[in-house]
Structures are given as C-alpha cells and as structure tokens.
Ligand binder design. Structure first.
Ligand code: 1CP
Length: 350
C-alpha cells in the first residue's frame, strides 16, 4: 500500500504527528543508522556486496531499510543511502573505507566549477527507486524519511578528503579561502534542494538534513558559514508540506541561530539538554533525540533509567521524537535496541 505524504487523516502516524507537535498515543522512536552494521542481517547482505553497490541497488537498499522495521516496533524508517551518494552523482569519485574517501579533495575554484549540477532523475535514479520500493514494503503507520547532508558537512568531507575528528583542514580552508568555500557550499545547497525535492516526490514523508560537523565551528562562524546554506535549503523545501528535520550535532552553542530556521524538528545530541534547548527553540519546533549511544551498553534496568531521564528532560508537552543523540554503534547488541523501543512505548503510552 502506498501512503501519500500529503494526506492528513485523523490517525496521523505518531512520528508525523510528533513532527507537527500534535498529541500522540505514545512517543515515537527511531534510531539514527538503524539499518547498519550492528544487525547480523545487514552484515549478511554486506558480506556479498560492497557498500557502493548496496546504495545503487534499489532492491537491496529497500531490503536493508526494512530490516530494522521487521525486527523492532520502530515508528519511522530512513532510506538506506549515504550523504555522499549525491556527491558521486555530481561527478566526484569516492569510495567508502568505511567512511567516505574522496579521490581528489576539492580545493580550487576550478574544481568547484567542474561539479555537475545534480539532476536526481539522471544522476541518482536508484535512490528514488529505493524510496518507492521501500514505501511499498512498509506498514502504513511507519513513515519513510529521506535525507541529505548539510552543505558544511559535505564541504568538510570534500575538502578534507576523508573522515576526521576535528576537520582542521576544511576549517582552515574556510578561513583561508572564503570565496571558494562559499561557492562550494552554494553549489551543494542547490544540489541538496533538488535532491530532497526528488526524494519527497518519490514518497519520502519527512526530510532530514544531517549537520554532523557544523558544531565544530564557534557560534559566530556557525552563523556566518554553516547556517545560511541550511536556511536556503529549508526555505526551498517548505512548500512541499512534509516535516523538515535538522539534525544539529554538537550545536548546543548555536541554538539561538538554529531557532531562526524554518525547520519543524531539531535533532540534538546527548551533550545538549532537550529541556534547555526547547526553551531557546520555542514552541514552534519539535525536538528529536537524544540518548547517548553508549547507554545501549547499560544493564536493562539502567537503560530504563537513562530513557526516563531523556523523557523527563523533553518534558510532557507534544513534539518529542525519541532517538539516539547520534548514530548507533556497530558493536551494539540488537536486543538492547528492542528493549529501548519497547520501553519508550510502554513508558509513554497514553
Ligand atoms: O561498511 C558499511 O556498511 C558502511 C557503513 C555506512 C553505513 C551503514 C556508511 C559509510 N554509511 C552508512 C549508511 C548511512 N549513512 C545512513 C543509512 C540510514 C540509517 O540511518 O539507517 C545514513 C543516514 C548515513 C548518513 C551519514 N553518512 C552521515 C550523517 C549522519 C551521521 O552519522 O552524522 C555521515 C556523517 C556519513 C558519512 C559516512 N558514511 C559512512 C560512514 C562510516 C560515515 C561516517 C564517517 C565519519 O566518521 O566521518
């Protein structure tokens, strides 16, 4: 059965209701990187195909997207892909080891100008195919999230050329070459607007932008460098009418800037208090998060206490989507995820 993203019914799935800050029968929960290496069934698929092939096969991408939905009572699904997939579509050669490694880091205006404007239907048709197949395989009450990387996060990988803890190379580059940096992020913003619009067109019922590394910037640089292209993307998607989620990793010092965005939901990591963030973000935004992924290694009794803390911090009002504060670790026991999901539902059932 295919659910239309625009349909508003009395029984809006809890995830979509929470995105709109409406009352819910239980607090919805999903887990960042819920399709991934902690699941033996994901590892079984990955033992046969490389990561790039997995992202390019609509059938396999749909299969691994559905794996965690079959196992756990999750309230949302996120399409299996990677933030770097559209970057390959723009003509950048890269491989995953397991994080993205760029063939030739982008550091000159000539390289920026050589980036192809993204045409999703031609450059990454398999993503939209995977969305259609996944939507057809999902239960009606489990919405499908489409996603992209934020311009600064994509810029970080493109300039550094590989994953990094501090991303000192792109941070220095943004200072040394502000014009090249702005031109690159501008192109990335244009590409992510058309990419996310194409995902919604294929059936994604919410769109999420991952700001994984913007939090490495100080508040003034965040506001000057990372925020403007994000604002442009969000404003360029608003007419779609689907909830827009901005995951702002390590952005506790940037909440006043983030409050100016037209996003519906702000995702937060565990270093930021949900309650304190809600005060700054105001009543027009829902929050998503923010259990420390390390807490999935607690005893079941302690895990429940940690969940209670997150729920108490979020407060009793509507507009909380439970999630981890960042991606689940590959070493996590899937049974802990089952306990987490079931406990959030049990504890918040109205
Ligand atoms: O070997 C493997 O199987 C590859 C591991 C892997 C996986 C499972 C990578 C490479 N990407 C993914 C999937 C992925 N990436 C999803 C799938 C959907 C789901 O959540 O279930 C999503 C949403 C992403 C997004 C992504 N990729 C982000 C943003 C989220 C975040 O964690 O902050 C980032 C930063 C990336 C880059 C990336 N791709 C892969 C890895 C290991 C990384 C991180 C590298 C680093 O540490 O910098």
């Amino acid at each position: 059965m295919t659910a239309s993203p625009a349909v508003k019914t009395d029984a809006l799935p809890p995830f979509l209701a929470a995105c709109r800050r409406q009352p819910v029968a239980h607090t919805p929960i999903w887990v960042m990187r819920q399709a991934g290496r902690y699941l033996p069934e994901y590892r079984a698929v990955r033992s046969k195909v490389g990561f790039t092939e997995l992202t390019r096969s609509p059938e396999l991408a749909a299969e691994v997207t559905l794996q965690p939905i079959r196992r756990f009572a999750l309230d949302a699904s996120i399409i299996f892909s990677d933030i770097m997939v559209p970057i390959e579509g723009m003509g950048v050669a890269l491989e995953y080891a397991p994080g993205p490694v760029i063939g030739e880091p982008v550091r000159t205006m000539k390289q920026v100008e050589a980036l192809r404007p993204l045409n999703p239907a031609e450059d990454v048709p398999f993503v939209m195919e995977a969305i259609k197949l996944t939507r057809a395989g999902l239960p009606a009450h489990v919405p499908l999230i489409g996603f992209a990387g934020s311009p600064f996060t994509l810029f970080s990988y493109l300039v550094a050329g590989k994953p990094s803890k501090e991303f000192s190379v792109p941070r220095a580059f943004a200072q040394a070459e502000p014009e090249i940096s702005a031109a690159l992020m501008d192109r990335l913003a244009d590409a992510m607007i058309v990419y996310l619009r194409a995902q919604a067109g294929a059936g994604a019922q919410a769109l999420m932008l991952f700001e994984s590394w913007g939090g490495l910037l100080g508040p003034n640089d965040y506001r000057r460098i990372a925020l403007p292209p994000v604002k442009r993307i969000i404003d360029g998607l608003k007419d779609l009418g689907v909830p827009l989620i901005y995951f702002a990793n390590q952005c506790g010092s940037n909440l006043d800037s983030i409050a100016t965005l037209n996003a519906d939901v702000i995702g937060l990591d565990w270093r930021t208090s949900l309650g304190a963030a809600r005060k700054v973000l105001g009543p027009s935004k829902a929050v998503q998060g923010n259990l420390d992924p390390a807490h999935l290694f607690s005893s079941p009794a302690d895990l429940r206490k940690r969940v209670d803390e997150v729920l108490a911090d979020a407060g009793p009002g509507p507009g909380h989507i439970f999630n981890l504060g960042h991606g689940i670790w590959p070493e996590t026991d899937p049974d802990s995820v089952a306990q987490l999901v079931d406990y959030v539902h049990e504890r918040t059932a109205k």
